[in-house]
Design a protein around this ligand. Sequence first.
Ligand code: NDP
Ligand code: PYR
Ligand code: MG
Length: 758
Amino acid sequence: MEIDVKDDETNQDFTTREALFYHETIRPGKIEIIASKPMATQRDLSLAYSPGVAAPVKAIAEDPSLAAKYTARSNLVAVISNGTAILGLGNLGALASKPVMEGKAVLFKRFADVDAIDLELDTEDPRAFIEAVALMGPSFGGINLEDIKAPECFIIEQELRERMNVPIMHDDQHGTAIITAAGLVNACHLTGRKLEDVKVVVNGAGAAAIACTALIKSMGVRHENVLMCDRSGVIFPGRDNVDQWKSAHAVETDRRTLEEALEGADIFLGLSAKDALKPEWVKDMADQPIIFAMANPDPEITPDAAKAVRPDAIVATGRSDYPNQVNNVLGFPFIFRGALDVQATTINEEMKIAAAHAIAELARRPVPEEVAAAYGINHQFGTDYIIPAPFDPRLIEVVSSAVAKAAMDSGVALAPIEDFDLYTHSLKARLNPTTAALTNIYSLAKANPGRMVFAEAEEEVALRAAIQFRDFGYGTPILVGRTEKVREKLVELAVDDPDSYIIENSYTSQHIEPMVEYLYKRLQRRGYTERDVRRMVNQERNVFAALLVALGHGDGMISGLTRTFSQTAREIARVLDPKPGAVPFGVHMMLGKNHTTFLADTTMNERPTARELAHIARETAAVARRMGHEPRVAFLSYSTFGNPSGQWLENIREAVAILDAEEPGFEYEGEMAPDAALNPKVMKLYPFSRLSGPANVLIMPGLQSANLSAKLLRELGGDATIGPMLIGSEKPVQIAPMTAIAPDILTLAVLASAGVLG
Ligand SMILES: NC(=O)C1=CN([C@@H]2O[C@H](COP(=O)(O)OP(=O)(O)OC[C@H]3O[C@@H](n4cnc5c(N)ncnc54)[C@H](OP(=O)(O)O)[C@@H]3O)[C@@H](O)[C@H]2O)C=CC1
Ligand SMILES: CC(=O)C(=O)O
Ligand SMILES: [Mg+2]
């Protein structure tokens, strides 16, 4: 379907068009399945499939518990919906719920390394639903039910819990309840309230509302202090249209409407629909009212509207673009992680309450500096930070281990953990901090939008990246190319308003004369006449683009698609210098499943001297730190600590000695071969080594080995690669590989614009 840009509703952070584009690009949707074992040779095939596969088949037939050992089941959760209550959008059917369920699957993976697959069942009949899920029991280690409306969700969950022997959780009920309870505990703590005393109004009487109410009551809130409303108003005994689940929360009262219910209330819990809470009703709530407007995607009231009438309110929503995101994403990944890790047979009340307390307690702890810097979490406990942010890397450790422990203590863990410290550590290691750091860098770029010169805007790949750079709010692209050609391409790519883009043509630009003057001054004693310089300005796009930056018409530039790296670098160097005292060099960042490794210098210095090696190590360590990694630097060689000896080791040793004299504030070691730097078993052979773990910054002895390694790893190793990233030029300049695609160029442009590359 073509996107109707006229109907391009703007949310706070993005437009409908951007959201659709996000789902459409790279490959449709948000998930793919990747094999976890080699599958290259005939032998691999024989082992993975017939005949080798018969061995685990027979083993599991004999002992079903072995499925956890020989299949992916024990880390596999199904996210199952029938689309009858998709967020707060209502019953839009099974198929339409797929983007949400794919999204939940991705969050499982991203936040807790749980493999998840979405299943959309085309039925509103609870019986059919139950049968379908129960029959799939052998497939999954856990079942996350999602976006199924009340009251069917209660029947479905209860029966499946009785029939199946794996953790089952209807996330909208219990995930939401756990996070809401955690947020409420903290909001009450901040306002000096006790759960036993608070007066609560719950708006909504569906899956989420009923479970939240039940949980907070089990934690101390008094039944008679909670008024629940649905579309017909307050639920009281004997009211029409009240089923058994709603009636459990009916209270004798003469209040009939939400407005009446809110008079003097301490807390509003909205689990209903957009705009259900009118600002004028908030006025009559108690002092320092607590307002959780959790309907998605649009809350019952926006924080701005609530604060306008009640500046003393603590406000939370389900969204990530306001402070205090009370959303079940803080719960389900970590709850299932803990449950799966001990092979829990269920998710019981003890596990839920443990999760709620762990989340609440985490928000009250100070955010460590490195977490704040790398993840952009700059709040400390207070009215705008009552609940941790989903990106907080401590969540997996704290919540999953609390859930695992509660499962063990309550006797539902089939595989109790013996060494809990080791377990907590292994939880942390499941997350790769780069993903979070990149997310933070992207928001940093958005907060300080720059002007990025795209030197090769006639190239479709560069132009697509430039369009996204602007559409996603990272800044203003300045497009270098022939005006008509670039304009035509913009039209072809269906941008909203091609004339709103800045196009700089090197033949007609108004900046040509000052450019010629500037460059002639630089080059007149290097064998160039003014005519040579003018020709260069007109004809060499990299020179022209770099001049735009040098003269202040852009903040940085990106190029590299049409010339080799070295030629592009040479052209730019005619205009821009390195930073004072810096040696420009290149870094490749290799992103593996659970590791990130920085390789340098992969682009510039053929035979770095000892001083240059030390400089490259220092600067690459700084880049690693800005990306959220504590650097462990290895100076690589064919030799490990003098074995074998050779004539090329001296400058590496001298580089290490230079750092020794400086005490640079990070771990470094060398000379060493890659296995001694990366393989813990080999590292044990060198107990005197100063590296406390496998190296994550590899300083290569020369350009040959560096560039070869980076390219070999990219082509054969399977790691995603970012780079080369150019470090050390006076202005942010990035040179993409000639084979780059639009997302690669966009990433480099954003990294340059955010100023994190140094
Ligand atoms: N922040 C978070 O983490 C989460 C938020 N939610 C949000 O909670 C909401 C409900 O979801 P869920 O419980 O799964 O859905 P359900 O369909 O089970 O329940 C919806 C409930 O909302 C009530 N409702 C709808 N509109 C209004 C209104 N204007 N005034 C009062 N009540 C209203 C319905 O009333 P009636 O019974 O009369 O039809 C029903 O009781 C959604 O907006 C969802 O996005 C849900 C889960 C997690
Ligand atoms: C967050 C969520 O699960 C919902 O709004 O339905
Ligand atoms: Mg949901």
